[in-house]
Design a protein around this ligand. Structure first.
Ligand SMILES: NC(=O)c1ccc[n+]([C@@H]2O[C@H](COP(=O)([O-])OP(=O)(O)OC[C@H]3O[C@@H](n4cnc5c(N)ncnc54)[C@H](OP(=O)(O)O)[C@@H]3O)[C@@H](O)[C@H]2O)c1
Length: 171
């Protein structure tokens, strides 16, 4: 069974961005390193169109699955690099499994994190706590959830004041 996990960085006050177009240029080197390691290992990243638009260009050696209502997968796809979808989480995961992927990284933003968490398919969350406060902004989820988790690991990176947490979802 393919392993599905969320990767997310948030401020101490629980924000993943100031708004939908805010680039992830505020996160630490530690977080970026972990993001690259995890996404290269999975080989596939799932994200919403707003998150994809914050990337200057597609990331090397990883398939980007981009949720969008405004893209035609026949016309706009760059197969194996950027592929647009409207599939349900379970349909997408099944298709990725059939293509041989063993892991899939759910990379946000709020709408995609929420849709996958509600699907019950997410097994782990890799959460970075950055030493920042935004006051206003967008959170990881925007719908009611009732999820219990087990804390798997805690790593403190002192020189960047960063906390790396891994949780396992009780499915
Ligand atoms: N700190 C972090 O770890 C982190 C991680 C990820 C993202 N972010 C930040 O989060 C912000 C973006 O988040 P967001 O919540 O605004 O947007 P988002 O989830 O990245 O994208 C939302 C868009 O995705 C499409 N979409 C979502 N679900 C869909 C579905 N089921 N079917 C078809 N299309 C679907 C829609 O695009 P259409 O316009 O085509 O309808 C929707 O407007 C950015 O600032 C980004 O930098 C932060």
């Amino acid at each position: 069974m393919i392993k599905t996990y969320i990767i997310v960085a948030q401020t101490v006050d629980g924000k993943i961005a100031r708004n939908s177009t805010h680039e992830a240029d505020w996160t630490s080197r530690t977080d970026k390193k972990q993001f690259i390691e995890l996404t290269k290992k999975s080989g596939v990243m799932v994200m919403g169109l707003n998150t994809f638009k914050t990337f200057p260009s597609p990331l090397k050696d990883r398939l980007h699955i981009v949720y969008s209502n405004h893209h035609d997968s026949e016309k706009d796809n760059i197969p194996g690099v950027v592929e647009y979808t409207k599939d349900s989480p379970s349909m997408l995961i099944q298709k990725l499994e059939e293509r041989g992927f063993k892991e899939v990284a759910i990379c946000g933003g709020t709408s995609v994190y929420t849709m996958f968490m509600k699907s019950g398919l997410v097994e782990n969350i890799y959460l970075t706590i950055e030493p920042r406060l935004f006051g206003e902004g967008i959170g990881i989820f925007d719908q009611t959830l009732d999820v219990n988790m087990k804390l798997i690991s805690v790593r403190v990176v002192n020189d960047e004041n960063v906390l790396l947490l891994e949780y396992k979802i009780n499915i």
